[in-house]
Design a protein around this ligand. Structure first.
Ligand SMILES: [Zn+2]
Ligand SMILES: [Zn+2]
Length: 346
């Protein structure tokens, strides 16, 4: 089988690898669709996210769907089953797993996060508990968008976004957009979104944002205060990981409001406007990936409550994966999610 292997910074090579065999409790997936995530781009461009450093060679990719191809002993799934995949394989035993914080597991094996190889491959063995069957009405492309949707839901769940809440999401890339979808599904009344790329604002409006603004066109804080009776919003979300978006999270929030940091910064430290934060008693949350949101995401997409389909804007065969990375890195051609199809369209 073929795998896309990161062999050096900004260098992905297509290599022949042995077909992996599923062990007890495992399935082998024929990989259908894998999104190229901003975090993949961080590893590709910078070789690390904070203290998580790539040791080459490394296979990236953690937003997959697939078709069960072979099963090991004790597995209920059958060859031919179409599945969404939870890339987080938690241990179930450590102190955090026991407390329901599986995303903070001490023994976490997360696809495509060093030193665990990801799934930009034609086949990959996964534990059965990471594979969630999907209905015939859901496409494998939609299934590959459930993992990022789960990240949006996790942010919304941490802030307990509820009926009638006002929400501002700073950054209208894929994670900003899934946060918008999740916030609306949770009952948010008004969602404000910003981005520096005009196409992304158009996309955000189409996806359901109520107000959009390009920060190069004016003062974001004033804009939000003007549209919330001078109070600020109930919940702010940083979906970009930049100093400016973090500032907006703090300054656009109402007193006693909540801010959730979801974006991954390229730098190790950012500054907080502490007096603004303190005077508001701003409740700050940091979101790491998602925690058990997959089932809800499957139901909401299968029932038509949430439409993730438009987020998949570009499709590439495995051989063209470097083109997909440069497209995403350069925010080119209106890309939201670029999807790799290692076995063509399944
Ligand atoms: Zn991701
Ligand atoms: Zn654990």
């Amino acid at each position: 089988m073929k795998s896309a292997v990161l062999t050096a910074l900004r260098k992905i090579e297509i290599k022949d690898m042995p077909l992996p065999e599923p062990g007890t409790g495992e399935v082998r997936l024929k990989v259908a669709a894998v999104g190229v995530c901003g975090s993949d781009v961080h590893y590709h461009e910078e070789g690390r996210i904070g203290s998580q450093v790539v040791k080459f060679p490394q296979v990236l990719g953690h937003e997959p769907s697939g078709v069960v191809d072979a099963v090991g002993a004790g597995v209920k799934l059958k060859p031919g089953d179409r599945v969404a995949v939870e890339p987080a394989n938690h241990c179930g035993k450590c102190v955090y797993c026991q407390r329901g914080r599986q995303n903070l597991c001490l023994e976490m094996k997360f696809l495509g996060t060093p030193p665990i190889d990801g799934i930009f491959s034609q086949y990959r063995v996964m534990p059965e508990h990471c594979c969630f069957p999907i209905s015939d009405s859901m496409s494998l492309t939609e299934a590959s968008l459930l993992e990022p949707l789960g990240v949006g839901f996790h942010a919304v769940n941490l802030a307990k976004v509820g009926l009638g809440d006002t929400v501002a999401v700073f950054g209208s890339g894929p994670i900003g957009l899934v946060t918008l979808l999740a916030a609306k599904a949770a009952g948010a009344a008004k969602v404000f979104m910003t981005d520096l790329i005009p196409e992304r604002l158009t996309f955000a409006l189409k996806t359901g944002a109520d107000y959009v603004m390009n920060p190069s066109d004016g003062d974001v804080v004033e804009w939000i205060l003007d549209n919330t009776g001078g109070l600020g919003v109930d919940v702010t979300v940083d979906a970009a990981g930049k100093q400016e978006t973090l500032d907006h999270c703090c300054l656009c929030s109402r007193r006693g409001g909540k801010a959730v940091i979801v974006g991954i910064p390229s730098v190790d430290r950012l500054l907080l406007p502490l007096h603004e934060v303190r005077r508001r008693e701003l409740e700050m949350h940091n979101a790491r990936r998602s925690n058990g949101e997959m089932k809800a995401c499957i139901e909401l997409v299968a029932s038509g409550r949430i439409n993730v389909k438009p987020l998949a804007t570009h499709f590439f065969p495995l051989e063209k994966i470097s083109d997909a990375f440069s497209l995403v890195h350069n925010y080119a051609d209106g890309v939201i999610r670029a999807i790799i199809q290692p076995n063509g369209e399944l």
